[in-house]
Design a protein around this ligand. Sequence first.
Ligand code: SAM
Ligand code: SF4
Length: 326
Amino acid sequence: MLVDSYNREVDYLRVSVTQRCNFRCQYCMPEKPFEWTPKEQLLSYEEMFKFIKVSIDNGVKKIRITGGEPLVRDDLDKFIKMIYDYKSDIDLALTTNGFLLKAQVKKLKNAGLKRINISLDSLEKETFWYLTKKDALETVLSGIEAALSEGLFVKINTVMMKDINEHEIISLYEYAKQRGIQIRFIEYMENENATSYLKTLPSKYVLEEISKKHLIDEIEKKESSAAKLYKDESGFVFGIIEPYDDSFCKSCNRIRLSAEGDLIPCLYFEDSLNIKSAIKSDERLEEVLKTVVKNKPEKNKWSYNTNNNIDTTSEVSSRAFYFTGG
Ligand code: SAM
Ligand code: SF4
């Protein structure tokens, strides 16, 4: 079992397979980074798998493939199958923008993928384009339908930004509810790579808006879940992810491996250890894993002020989401 210095059990590994992406989300990668890491410098699937095996042997129970956009890397299904064949009861999940999903979902499912989180921040063609710089709303929606038809467990991730998609809280909520999909409203996390005009919409506003239409109750939070879960009068469950709230870090159970081999203890900070030099020895990989778990900081620096609004005076993270995988 992996336990950090604050007594949190770490059993969740997020693996970013690429930092490349076919979208330019304004909160993540508004411009293409100056240079992509050359492909030869990325970990191969075999190298990632070596580390994954060591992680599983040390207690990791959940693996999420992410990016950049993971579906732009070739043969992702083969990578998923490698993990599934090693431990078929691992909770094996993917986060994607959904653009390439329809064509790939069947083989991903057949390879052993169990769950998919699909990012969807708007149901309006114009707003979707404004946020992603891709005219792709219909394609993403058809990716969501394809994942549902395959019988995969689907969630929607929606990043909430003041004045940009705050008027869509109810339409996104109803869209998810009609399909029985859990939607999770995520507070936009400020970072130096994002477009500067974006402002976080604190989760209390999301809850207020939904409360105008529905009777909602908080469900007891699963200790390791990043989301606080609520249900409405019909039993429909939705989530709120509040990185600005202290409880977000109290239950943190994850570490992140980048496509370049950096093992990252926290989404906010720049700290990491690279696994490349340890790749030939399971013992050395285990040492790096345990050191990074031990180095997990107590909490990030995103915070609310005393009025429960976003504290805009706090330091802005320089970590790129397309690098850490979110
Ligand atoms: N490309 C995939 C996607 O967009 O779903 C996977 C990678 S993306 C970095 C993972 C998740 O991080 C997505 O749900 C995305 O919306 C979220 N994300 C990216 N930047 C964010 C930010 N600044 N604040 C909050 N969530 C963010
Ligand atoms: Fe690409 Fe995902 Fe970042 Fe959007 S959030 S730019 S889809 S990696």
